[in-house]
Design a binder for this molecule. Structure first.
Ligand SMILES: NC(=O)c1ccc[n+]([C@@H]2O[C@H](COP(=O)([O-])OP(=O)(O)OC[C@H]3O[C@@H](n4cnc5c(N)ncnc54)[C@H](OP(=O)(O)O)[C@@H]3O)[C@@H](O)[C@H]2O)c1
Length: 267
C-alpha cells in the first residue's frame, strides 16, 4: 500500500495548466519535477506559464488540446509518446462551471461541462493508467461543491460529487498497484473560474458568504500536494472550508434542503 507519493523528480501531466490552479500546480512542482507536461487549449497562455518556469531547470512541454473532445484526449496520449515522456503523476485539474438555472442553461455549455469535468477526467485517467510508472500518483481536483446539491450550479456540483466519489474508490483500487490517489476539494478561490462560469447574459449565482472561505491558489495547491505526498485520499484546503465541509456532510438531508431552498429564495 502506498504511504504517499514523493514529488521529487516527478514526471507530471497537469491538465488546465494555462491559468488558475493548474498554473499554480506547475509553479509549485517545477523546483522538484523532472518533466512537466502542461495541457490546455490556449497555446499562448501555456507558453506564458512555461516561460515563467524557465529558470527552474525542469523540462516543460506544452500540449495544446481540447479535453472536452475525444480527439483532444487522444492527442495528449500521442503527445506523451511522441515526446518520450513516461509520466508518474497525473493532475486532473481542468474543469469549468456554469452559473444560473439548469432550465435556462445552454445545452452546448452543459455538454462541454460534463465532457470536461467527468468524461475527460475519467477517460484520461483510464488511458494514462497503463502508462503511469510506479510508484505513481493521481491528483483529482474536485470542489467543496461536491458535498451538497447546488441550485444555480446544479450540473457543476453533481459533476464534482462524481469526481470525489470516483477518486475515493480509485484510491482503494490502485493502492495495491503502488499508485496514490488524492482528491482536493477547494472552496472559492480567485482564478478565472467565475469569469468562465458566468453566462453571456451576465447570470450569476448566489455567492453570499464566499468571502469568508476564500483562500489563495497557492494555499489550495500547497495543501493538495501535501495530501498527495502523505497519501490522504481527500483534502479540503483552508480551515474555513474544512469546517464547512464537515458541517455539510453531517447535516441531516431535510435541514440541508430547507437551507438550500431559503438560500435560493424559493421558500
Ligand atoms: N476557483 C474556484 O473557486 C474553484 C473551486 C473549487 C474547485 N475548482 C476547480 O479547480 C479546477 C481549476 O479551475 P480554476 O479555478 O483554476 O479555473 P480557471 O482559471 O478557469 O482554469 C481552468 C483551466 O482549465 C482549462 N480548460 C478549460 N476548458 C478546457 C478544455 N476544454 N480542454 C482543456 N483545458 C480546458 C483552462 O485552459 P484553457 O482555457 O486554455 O483551455 C484553464 O487552464 C477546476 O476543476 C475547477 O472546477 C475551482
Amino acid at each position: 500500500m502506498p504511504k504517499g507519493f514523493s514529488l521529487e523528480q516527478c514526471r507530471a501531466v497537469i491538465t488546465g495548466a494555462s491559468s488558475g490552479l493548474g498554473a499554480e500546480f506547475a509553479r509549485q512542482l517545477a523546483p522538484k519535477a523532472e518533466v512537466l507536461v502542461l495541457v490546455a487549449r490556449r497555446e499562448e497562455a501555456l507558453e506564458k506559464v512555461k516561460l515563467e518556469l524557465s529558470g527552474t531547470g525542469t523540462k516543460v512541454l506544452c500540449c495544446v488540446s481540447d479535453l472536452a473532445t475525444e480527439g483532444g484526449r487522444s492527442d495528449v496520449i500521442a503527445f506523451l509518446a511522441a515526446n518520450g515522456v513516461n509520466p508518474n503523476l497525473l493532475i486532473n485539474n481542468a474543469g469549468m462551471g456554469d452559473y444560473g438555472s439548469f432550465a435556462s442553461s445552454s445545452a452546448e455549455k452543459t455538454r462541454t461541462q460534463i465532457e470536461l469535468n467527468i468524461t475527460a477526467l475519467t477517460m484520461l485517467t483510464h488511458a494514462l493508467l497503463p502508462l503511469l510508472e510506479t510508484p505513481g500518483g493521481i491528483l483529482n481536483v474536485s470542489s467543496l461543491a461536491s458535498t451538497l446539491p447546488m441550485p444555480e450550479l446544479a450540473v457543476y456540483a453533481a459533476s464534482k460529487a462524481y469526481v470525489t466519489s470516483f477518486s475515493e474508490a480509485l484510491a482503494i483500487e490502485l493502492a495495491p498497484k503502488n499508485i496514490t490517489v488524492s482528491c482536493v476539494c477547494p472552496g472559492p478561490t480567485p482564478t478565472n473560474f467565475s469569469q468562465t462560469a458566468k453566462r453571456e447574459d451576465g447570470s450569476d449565482t448566489n455567492r453570499d458568504g464566499q468571502g469568508l472561505l476564500r483562500i489563495p491558489p497557492s494555499q489550495v495547491v500547497g495543501e493538495a500536494l501535501k495530501a498527495l505526498r502523505l497519501g490522504q485520499p481527500c483534502v479540503f484546503p483552508g480551515l474555513g472550508v474544512a469546517i464547512v465541509s464537515r458541517v455539510f456532510r453531517l447535516m441531516p438531508r431535510g435541514i440541508m434542503r430547507w437551507v438550500l431552498k431559503r438560500r435560493a429564495g424559493k421558500e
